[in-house]
Ligand binder design. Structure first.
Ligand SMILES: [Zn+2]
Length: 487
């Protein structure tokens, strides 16, 4: 049931969300005057806009009740079993809060003011009975319980699984949890002998440091230093401005939280105009299918034109409007879209490298001056660029893009100085930073080099990789073809 929104409701909800009128307007994808006039009581928005405002608040877990706006909860539990991971997302209203407490208490402990979810869980007949009881009591209100029951049904008695308060931030974290779980479930397994003993990560950890800044809460790279120095043009706050908020990863890729204090306004504007649009365009299909939350558009969801055709995500589903829709054999549907947004391959590569440079430890910057010149203004001239590896991976889809940067610890003939791993949902890109002074060669073919495959074993344990050439300097527009097959 929807309560009719009043101006007072919207003001109160804004106070809870700590949004300005402008921020609400952006989140809802409506004009600021719509909000201002509504709150003053001078004009009531059209129904669609009221709905957009309601949805924008709902995304912040604010709902409207007859007594005004109220915040209800969301609990995300990430479950890892030996066959994979999945999320349980419990969105609940006040009436269901007790149910969620009871669920958490089944897998952990709740004291007066302290909630603890235990990571190690083991399947027992008692646990199955407890889950069955939860489904009977709360399954209708919280359908995610049925999913939990079904997944636990696939495990055997005595089998361990893990419950984490959210998704692992990177592949390496996820694989560390999987290894830990494997050890719990196979305590008597023969230790692997000799060379193999060190498993998937030992070489990597021996040879590389890595950093994976969080994108799920406010994280600012390099705050505090005075005067500010821009990582890209090396000018200080005496010489240029640092007034704008520099997002490390573009907001169109779902990043609202990861920011940099070491990117000046000029560089920020340059990247926003010349490199980031190509990366975003390259990921257009991915972000529409993931429903990546950006800003503007339809409540921040992607709204893309492919020639006369369009692809949108309305918050619940993907909507494709196209002229060329053909029925294929065996019930399939084939859609050929017009040409999409303009992109320059090398600009997308430079945008990926820019993200890595933005988060890398400052001690690496002096050896990356040529890399940074290339990212900031340069062309690569006659110098060849390594291919970028891409894969679709089975990771829980994270709402925001993620960056992990690996930096080599010691000199090495073949291993790249810096490797970046960029992820949007289940789509992953692995790339080397070209032109580092710590690399003795041009890194062409680094990904298939035996030293690399031996070090970054976790990439080869799970995924099928393709390689894309992002060295092209000419603009292009891609016309995607989609095929939908009934299973
Ligand atoms: Zn700058």
């Amino acid at each position: 049931m929807n309560i009719e929104l009043t101006p007072a409701d919207v003001r109160a909800a804004r106070a809870i969300a700590q949004w300005s009128q402008d921020e609400l307007a952006k989140a809802a994808g409506v004009g600021i005057s719509t909000i201002a006039d509504f709150e003053k009581g001078t004009r009531r928005p059209i129904a669609n806009n009221v709905e957009a405002i309601r949805r924008a608040f709902a995304e912040r877990h604010i709902w409207f009740t007859p007594n005004g706006p109220a915040v209800f909860g969301v609990v995300v539990i990430h479950v890892v079993t030996e066959t994979g991971g999945f999320d349980l997302i419990f969105r609940y209203m006040a009436a269901e809060a007790a149910a969620v407490q009871e669920i958490v208490a089944t897998f952990g402990k709740i004291d007066a003011d302290h909630v603890e979810l235990w990571m190690d869980q083991v399947v027992t007949p008692e646990l199955r009975a407890a889950v069955d009881a939860l489904v009977v009591k709360f399954g209708a209100a919280l359908p995610q319980l049925n999913k939990l029951k079904q997944k636990i049904g696939l495990l055997t008695d005595g089998e361990y699984f893990l419950m984490l308060p959210g998704q692992p931030a990177s592949t390496i974290d996820r694989l560390a949890f999987e290894q830990y779980l494997h050890a719990l479930n196979h305590p008597d397994a023969e230790p692997l002998s000799g060379e193999e003993e060190d498993g998937l990560f030992a070489r990597l950890i021996e040879r590389y440091d890595f950093t994976s800044p969080r994108t799920d809460r406010k994280t600012v790279i390099g705050s505090g230093a005075q005067p500010c120095v821009c990582r890209f043009c090396h000018r200080t706050s005496d010489e240029t401005k640092f007034k704008k908020v520099a997002h490390v990863i573009p907001t169109a890729l779902g990043n609202d939280h990861l920011k940099s204090a070491e990117e000046c306004d000029d560089c920020n504007e340059y990247f926003g105009q010349h490199t980031e649009p190509s990366l975003i365009a390259m990921l257009d299909l991915q972000r529409v299918f993931l429903g990546t939350q950006g800003r503007g558009g339809t409540n921040g969801r992607p709204k893309l034109a492919f020639g006369r055709d369009s692809l949108t995500h309305d918050g619940a589903k993907v909507v494709i409007k196209a002229y060329d829709v053909a029925k294929g054999e065996d019930d399939s549907v084939e859609v050929t879209l017009g040409r999409g947004a303009r992109q320059i391959p090398v600009a997308a590569y430079r945008a990926l490298v820019k993200i890595a440079v933005a988060v890398i430890g400052a001690e690496h910057l002096p050896d990356l001056t040529e890399t940074i010149d290339w990212v900031r203004v340069g062309s690569h001239g006659d110098r060849p660029l390594p291919l970028v590896a891409t894969a679709t991976i089975e990771l829980p889809s994270n709402p925001s893009a993620q960056i992990t940067v690996y930096t080599r610890k010691e000199p090495h003939d073949r291993l790249p100085h810096v490797v970046g791993e960029f992820r949007l949902g289940c789509y992953m890109f692995v790339f080397a930073l070209p032109f580092s002074k710590r690399d003795a060669w041009n890194l062409i073919g680094f990904f298939d080099d035996p030293d690399f495959t031996d070090t970054f074993r976790h990439y080869f344990a799970a995924a099928q990789w393709a390689h894309v050439d992002l060295s092209g300097t000419s603009p292009m527009r891609i016309a995607p073809r989609l095929k939908f097959v009934r299973r």
